[in-house]
Design a protein around this ligand. Structure first.
Ligand code: PSU
Ligand code: MN
Length: 336
C-alpha cells in the first residue's frame, strides 16, 4: 500500500485498468461510476477476502457520533479477522468502495445533505453529484459489480407491518433476489412483518439460514422472532460452503446468514414489542412516508429505550462483522 500511494497516479491507474479488464468484473453497473480504493483494488486483484459494508446505517441508521465510531470499529474488526473492509458510499456522485476515515467522518457528520440511497435513488444521486449512504440494496448491487461475495450489516429491510395493503416492501428483498452475495445480518427488525418478509424472500429464491445451533430466526434486538429459518449453519466454514456453491453454480439470488445478537446484549422481544408498536403508530399518525419510515422508527425506538437499543445495535453489528470476516476468509480458502 505504501508502494501504491507513492505511485499514486501511474500505478493505480494501470491497476484500475487491469481490474476493469480482468475476469473480476461481471457487469451490472458500469465502472465509470465506481471508484475503488487502493486497498480494495489490491485485495480484489490478489483474491484476498473482502467484506462489503453498507453506509445508510452511518448516515441514517444511527445518531452521531456513535455512527462514525461504530463504522470505524466494524472496519477494524473485519481487518483483525483477516479480511479487507470495503465500506461503500456515494461521494459527489461517485460510488466509493473503501472509504478513508476523513470521508467516513464527513458522511457521518454532515447528514443533512446526504441521501439515503436505495437502488431506485442511485441514478439521481449519481447524476446530481450528491452524497449518499447506501442501503443494503445499493450495496449489494455494487458488491456484485465488483465481484465481492460477502456483505455485513445490522439488519435487512423487509415487508413493513401493513405491507399487504401499503405495498411497502424494502428494495433490499428484490436485490437479494437477483444478487449472489451472502448477507450477514441479525435478521430483520420487528418494526417489520417478519413472517411476510420470510415469505417474500422465499418467493425471490433467497436462501435464509440462521447462524447457530438452531433455526430460530432472529429479530435484530432479540435472539428469537417466533419464526424459524428453513435452515441453519453452525460454523463459518459451512456458511462459506453455501456461498461457494452459489458462486460456482452462478446462482441468481443471494443468501441471508442471520446471526442472533450475543446473549448479553439481547433485549427480550416482549419488551421491544410495546416500544415498536408506539413508534409505528406515531409514524402513521405523523404521516411519515416511504423511505423515511425506517429511519424514523429506528430513532424513535432508540429514544424510547433510552439508548439501550443503540448499544444493542452496535454490539450486534460488531459481532456480525467478526463472523462475516471469518466467512470471507473461509470462502477465499475454498475458491483458491
Ligand atoms: N434496518 C436496521 N438498520 C438500518 C437499516 C435497516 O436495523 O440502518 C437501513 C439499511 O440500510 C437497510 C435500509 O438497507 O434501512 C432499508 O430501508 P427501506 O426499508 O427504506 O428499504
Ligand atoms: Mn419502503
Amino acid at each position: 500500500l505504501d508502494y501504491l500511494s507513492s505511485k499514486k497516479n501511474g500505478f493505480t491507474h494501470s491497476l484500475h485498468q487491469r481490474l476493469l479488464s480482468s475476469s473480476i468484473r461481471p457487469s451490472a453497473m458500469n465502472h465509470e461510476f465506481i471508484d475503488i480504493s487502493d486497498e480494495v483494488q489490491c485485495a480484489l486483484l490478489e483474491k484476498r477476502p473482502i467484506v462489503a459494508l453498507e453506509s445508510a446505517i452511518i448516515t441514517h441508521g444511527m445518531p452521531n457520533p456513535t455512527n462514525v465510531e461504530t463504522a470505524l470499529s466494524v472496519q477494524n474488526i473485519v481487518r483483525q479477522n483477516g479480511a479487507v473492509p470495503a465500506t461503500i458510499a456515494i461521494v459527489r456522485g461517485k460510488v466509493k468502495v473503501g472509504l478513508d476515515d476523513k470521508t467516513l467522518l464527513h458522511l457521518g457528520t454532515e447528514k443533512k445533505n446526504t441521501y439515503k440511497t436505495s437502488y431506485r435513488d442511485l441514478p439521481f444521486v449519481l447524476s446530481q453529484k450528491l452524497n449518499g449512504g447506501t442501503t443494503v440494496s445499493t450495496t449489494l448491487a455494487v458488491a456484485k459489480a465488483i465481484g465481492v461475495s460477502v456483505m455485513v450489516t445490522g439488519g435487512i429491510g423487509g415487508v413493513h407491518r401493513g405491507g399487504e395493503t401499503t405495498m411497502d416492501i424494502s428494495a433490499d428483498l428484490i436485490e437479494l433476489g437477483c444478487t449472489p452475495v451472502g448477507v450477514v445480518c441479525s435478521g430483520a427488525k420487528s418494526i417489520l412483518d417478519i413472517g411476510r418478509t420470510l415469505e417474500y424472500l422465499e418467493t425471490q429464491g433467497v436462501l435464509v439460514t440462521t447462524f447457530g445451533p438452531n433455526r430460530d430466526f432472529p429479530a435484530f434486538y432479540s435472539r428469537r422472532s417466533g419464526y424459524t429459518s428453513p435452515y441453519n449453519v453452525e460454523t463459518t466454514e459451512e456458511a462459506a460452503q453455501l456461498i461457494n456453491v452459489m458462486k460456482c453454480g452462478e446462482f441468481r439470488s443471494g443468501i441471508v446468514i442471520a446471526v442472533p445478537v450475543p446473549e448479553s446484549n439481547a433485549i427480550p422481544s416482549d419488551e421491544m414489542e410495546d416500544i415498536i408498536k408506539i413508534a409505528v403508530q406515531e409514524a402513521n399518525e405523523r404521516g411519515v412516508k416511504g423511505k423515511d419510515i425506517t429511519p424514523y422508527i429506528l430513532s424513535k425506538v432508540a429514544k424510547n429505550t433510552e439508548g439501550r437499543s443503540l448499544s444493542t445495535n452496535v454490539a450486534l453489528i460488531q459481532n456480525n462483522a467478526e463472523i462475516g470476516a471469518k466467512i470471507a476468509v473461509d470462502l477465499s480458502k475454498l475458491s483458491s
